[in-house]
Design a protein around this ligand. Structure first.
Ligand code: PBG
Length: 305
């Protein structure tokens, strides 16, 4: 009765990795319990996710073909676009969010268009806008740009409005740090950069004032929800962001944070369900309204039993 913090299933968002083909489901070795699924299997899975009371999913596409400009990312029948329509057809009210980024679609694995060895911010904005509009056209409920280019929320907002999607909300990865904790995800999404790293566009873990500036910029540009990522090593950032805005704040409990708990539990070093509860509680306590987590399904199942 006296608990100050409660984690509820209806604040969780479950990430899904979608691959091409039919009837495909393969385990992701770096993330125990998480699979890559083709659109049809993902749609089935989403039926189960909705039945568990989880309100939303966020989709990441793993295309077979990649090129310099990530041209598959805005294909009307690309891996994500087909997954969105399959999932919408199979579910009632599940909120389908799409990750808008280029790194899963580019042959070099960077989050934008390259000019030499540098990501060209402004050329990338054009591609990101096209990608966001194609997700909206496929029936997505919300787009979540994760690239960290400057000005992308404004560019995407304008493109959505022009494309007839003025109601479409944007959840921006506003304070996304250059983190080692994305490692397992990059294995899963095959998006490890072929050279260099993402430190030119993702944030320095040493900075919190900069995070607040990034958040303020995204809000000015029209973000509807702001996200902090990763979550666990950045609870102070979540807390600070919570105090500076009345917008909903999301936190991404990322792949490495999931994988380290799963690995420790597999070794018998800690109790999995208690670790999951404690971590999700801490993220909620720090001020996150929404938590994107690979634990969403397990947490929801545990609440049922
Ligand atoms: C794409 C993207 C990444 C994640 C979400 N969107 C990887 C990255 O920036 O390298 C990471 C998610 C996770 O680790 O769970 N830009």
């Amino acid at each position: 009765m006296l608990r100050e913090t409660r984690v509820s299933v209806d604040q969780l968002i479950y990430p899904l990795f979608v691959c091409e083909g039919e009837g495909q489901r393969t385990a992701i070795s770096t993330m125990p319990g998480i699979d890559r699924m083709s659109a049809d299997v993902a749609a089935e899975e989403c039926g189960a996710i909705e039945a568990l009371g989880i309100p939303g999913v966020i989709l990441f596409g793993i295309p077979d073909d990649k090129d310099e400009s990530g041209s598959g990312a805005d294909d009307a029948h690309g891996v994500i676009q087909d997954a969105v329509s399959a999932i919408k057809a199979r579910t009632e009210g599940l909120v389908v969010i799409t990750d808008v980024c280029m790194c899963e679609y580019t042959s070099h694995g960077h989050c934008g268009i390259l000019n030499g060895e540098e990501v060209d911010n402004d050329q990338t904005l054009v591609r990101l806008s096209e990608i966001a509009v194609s997700h909206a056209a496929a029936g997505a409920d919300m787009v979540a740009p994760s690239d960290m280019m400057d000005g992308r929320v404004a560019a995407i907002r304008a493109a959505l409005d022009d494309g007839g999607f003025s109601q479409m909300p944007i959840m921006s990865y506003a304070a996304k740090y250059a983190s080692v904790f994305y490692g397992p995800f990059r294995e899963a999404a095959e998006s490890t950069p072929s050279f260099g790293d993402r430190r030119a566009y993702q944030m320095d873990p040493r900075n919190v004032r900069e995070a607040l500036r990034e958040v303020a910029l995204d809000i000015d540009e029209g973000a509807d929800i702001v996200m902090v990522k990763p979550a666990l090593a950045y609870l102070d950032v979540i807390h600070r962001v919570r105090e500076t805005t009345d917008l909903p704040v999301a936190a991404y409990n990322v792949s490495g944070e999931y994988a380290m708990i799963m690995a420790a539990a597999e070794k018998g070093l800690l109790d999995l369900d208690r670790a999951m509860d404690e971590v999700l509680t801490a993220i909620a306590r720090s001020g996150a309204d929404l938590i994107i987590t690979y634990f969403a399904k397990r947490f929801a199942e545990a609440q049922r039993s």
